[in-house]
Design a protein around this ligand. Structure first.
Ligand SMILES: Nc1ncnc2c1ncn2[C@@H]1O[C@H](COP(=O)(O)OP(=O)(O)O)[C@@H](O)[C@H]1O
Ligand SMILES: [Mg+2]
Length: 404
């Protein structure tokens, strides 16, 4: 990527086109930031009226796991920048497109490594030498039993490929029968047909961080930077519930987390933002967990807490614009709103009047056209004079809001 000296006019000759592969709530904010810079936005997803489609110039509904469908839409549109927003993409097609000269953010190899827990763990622990949970790989039930013995109980079996906690099986009991069942559960919930799993030591979490690292072109080469770490908590759920920034954890811990963030971004290379997930364990270890080479859901808080949100950073960095380190302008918090019912079409978010009466509270409605149980539909955001105050505001606001 070269420095970008000018921006352009969307929908006319010479427009700068970005194509989002995956058009969820994170893609929607990327699209909005791209629109602000006069880019031409093409939103792709597997269903009609996915969030980013509402703010795009054009949209395509395709199966993004189908390599031919993916190549057809890219070759037709010839985007200047391809921005993967989700993991479930035919990554071999991305590599092929990249070799034809298309520009994938941050690059096809990074997308490929990050979507695969086994490749990612090898890369992080064995190539980069980062601290991680103890782990073993297994590809059949017997190996899984052995792996659990070596890693120790309790442990977690995760399929090679999956997202949002799908197929994670916690093993609390060393009996081979239980482990074999957990293994079968994990592989049956995997994306794709792989029988491979990672068995990870189950750690007691003190807290979790997302270090938003980013790489951009500066005057004298590539710069890698990190945002102030975002802290988040899941209340035992796979999905994040609350995130906040800045963290009040000790500086040496935050510095270790940032260093991991930098090393991961540099290891994967390319330009754009990387959501680097890091555990702080109760016994004081700072461990790399996984990375999304794109904006991160817990980073939605940066829409209120930073000078430039993670979405603005991603777009700027991806297209060759500078990203001077954004300041935290206010302590902030986010609280995600999930729906607990399947199959509601054109759902409504109730309680917004009372929620928005609280000073400093804001909301983003994603516009997803239908629900399924556990789907994230909106996010509450708040600024406060402290993180505690911001958190209290989103929690109070969330007492009013529900999706129905
Ligand atoms: N080894 C582990 N020990 C304890 N908790 C874990 C472990 N691995 C994952 N978790 C918890 O589960 C969440 C989701 O796991 P993760 O590997 O990030 O999967 P996903 O791809 O679904 O985000 C983590 O954010 C953390 O809260
Ligand atoms: Mg994760």
């Amino acid at each position: 990527m070269n420095r970008r000296e000018y921006l352009s006019t969307p929908m006319f000759e010479g427009s700068i086109k970005i194509m989002l592969l995956g058009s969820g709530e994170l893609g929607k904010e990327v699209a909005i930031e791209a629109q602000r810079l006069g880019l031409e936005v093409i939103a792709v997803d597997r269903y009609e009226w996915a969030p980013a489609m509402h703010v795009a110039h054009r949209r395509y509904v395709i199966d993004m796991l189908n390599p031919n469908a993916l190549k057809a839409v890219v070759r037709k549109e010839k985007p200047d920048v391809i921005i993967p927003e989700i993991e479930a993409i035919a990554v071999d097609a991305l590599e092929e497109l990249e070799s034809e000269g298309f520009y994938v953010v941050p690059n096809a190899r990074a997308v490929k490594i990050a979507m695969n827990r086994i490749e990612l763990r090898k890369f992080a622990a064995e190539v980069l030498g980062l601290p991680t949970t103890r782990y073993r790989f297994a590809e059949n039930p017997d190996e899984a039993v052995e792996a659990c013995e070596e890693v120790g109980i309790p442990c977690l079996i995760k399929p090679e490929m999956s997202s949002s906690g799908h197929g994670h099986a916690k093993v609390l009991d060393p009996s081979p029968k239980v482990i074999r069942e957990a293994y079968e559960y994990a592989v049956s919930h995997a994306r794709g047909r792989s029988r491979r799993v990672i068995v990870e030591e189950f750690v007691q979490l003190e807290t979790e961080f997302t270090v938003l690292s980013y790489r951009y072109v500066a005057d004298n080469g590539v710069v890698t930077e990190t945002c102030e770490p975002v802290e988040h908590w899941r209340y035992g759920e796979y999905h994040y519930i609350e995130s906040w920034q800045p963290s009040s954890k000790p500086m040496d811990i935050l510095n270790k987390a940032r260093e991991i963030g930098i090393r991961v971004a540099n290891g994967l290379g390319g330009f754009g933002i990387f959501g680097v997930e890091i555990f702080l364990t109760k016994d004081g270890r700072v461990l790399f967990s996984e990375v999304a080479p794109r904006p991160h859901d817990t980073g939605m808080v940066t829409m209120v807490s930073q000078e430039l949100s993670e979405f603005a950073i991603h777009v700027r960095a991806a297209i060759g614009l500078p990203v001077p380190k954004p300041k935290v302008i206010s302590p902030g918090a986010s609280l995600a709103i999930y729906v607990d019912k399947d199959g509601i079409w054109a759902p409504k978010v109730y309680g917004v009047y009372n929620a928005l009466k609280i000073p400093g509270v804001d909301i983003r409605i994603f516009g997803k056209p239908f629900t399924y149980k556990g789907r994230r539909m909106a996010v509450l955001l708040a600024r406060g004079s402290t993180v505690e105050e911001a958190l209290e505001k989103v929690r109070n606001a969330s007492k009013y809001t529900f999706v129905g």
